[in-house]
Write a protein that binds this ligand. Structure first.
Ligand SMILES: NC(=O)c1ccc[n+]([C@@H]2O[C@H](COP(=O)([O-])OP(=O)(O)OC[C@H]3O[C@@H](n4cnc5c(N)ncnc54)[C@H](OP(=O)(O)O)[C@@H]3O)[C@@H](O)[C@H]2O)c1
Length: 267
């Protein structure tokens, strides 16, 4: 279970914001309910919030800002991401400054390259991230959706600071990272953050998950996240308050080893 990220104590599940504030473009129609959802998640113990410059074309970051104002910033762990077309030095610096302005914050805890870009110069991108750390705009750097070769390249490009995390698609519907990528990241002390951990709801319908939910008197979402927490920090997204409450209930208990193995062996 991950309870510490880049030196800060964290709740073992985080909170996603994709599709809040729009998708590829901003949409303010649900601002109130989305801000309320983020506040509710934080009030109930979650302190890792995942967002990106791409989400709602920056509007998700504004919703996060709105939700966290008047909160103790030091207790929160905010992740944001730079889009792969912005990996050149000047573009990356501008992206991070814009994210910081939208977040209305003094710093971003962890800044990730959202996706690898084979056309970008990795050393230039990582160098720009290191400059952002030196300027205090971001505190830590990492990557997202990087396979082992890209992680290796990023690590080799880092001169002053470490690649601290890799945010990847990992769920009971997508367990292939367990074969090589997760052990690789663990070996290099890179934290695995699991995005799309509910496979957008698909894992909740799996027979094995439903059976274990009955056995442990838990909800299918809680079985799904409890499993992922062994090797990663899952960041589910929910707007519905009942859903958020359920997600938080994934923490604080465990399954028998044989049940983890059953889920792990499921293909
Ligand atoms: N780095 C990347 O490239 C990348 C890619 C994808 C996602 N992400 C991050 O990962 C986060 C999570 O991924 P995701 O939002 O795509 O998918 P997800 O978390 O797997 O699924 C979200 C969906 O599950 C529903 N849900 C949540 N809790 C539930 C519960 N207890 N019971 C039933 N349904 C429940 C939500 O409904 P309601 O909203 O109606 O409550 C929402 O429709 C994103 O928000 C984003 O921050 C990162």
């Amino acid at each position: 279970m991950i309870t510490e990220l880049c030196g800060k104590r964290v709740f073992p599940i985080g909170f996603g914001t994709w599709r809040m504030g729009g998708e590829m473009t901003a949409n303010s129609a649900n601002d109130d309910s989305e801000v309320k959802a983020i506040k509710y998640a934080i009030a109930n113990g979650i302190n890792v919030i995942d967002t990106a410059e791409m989400y709602g074309s920056g509007h998700a970051e504004e919703l996060v800002s709105n939700a966290i104002k008047r909160m103790d910033r030091e207790k929160l762990f905010i992740i944001s991401k730079v889009w792969p077309t912005n990996l050149g030095h000047d573009r990356m610096i501008r992206s991070a400054e814009n994210s910081l302005r939208r977040l209305n914050s003094k710093y971003i805890d962890l800044y990730l390259i959202h996706w690898p870009n084979p056309l970008a110069n990795m050393r230039e991108a990582i160098g720009a991230m290191e400059e952002l750390i030196d300027r205090g705009i971001i505190r830590h750097m990492g990557v997202s959706n990087f396979g082992p070769n890209d992680v290796k390249k990023a690590m080799e490009s880092a001169k002053k600071y470490d690649i601290e995390a890799n945010e990847i698609s990992y769920s009971l519907a997508k367990k292939d990272p367990e074969d090589y990528l997760i052990p690789f990241c663990q070996k290099h002390n890179i934290k695995v953050i699991a995005h799309t951990p509910l496979a957008r709801g698909n894992v909740l319908k799996m027979r094995e998950v439903i059976e274990l939910a009955e056995k442990y008197n838990k909800k299918p979402s809680q079985i799904a996240l409890n499993y992922l927490m062994k090797k990663s920090l899952p960041i589910p997204k929910a707007v519905n308050m009942r859903h958020i409450k359920e997600l938080i209930g994934a923490v604080g208990w465990g399954m028998d080893e044989e049940d983890y193995s059953k889920l792990s062996g499921m293909r």
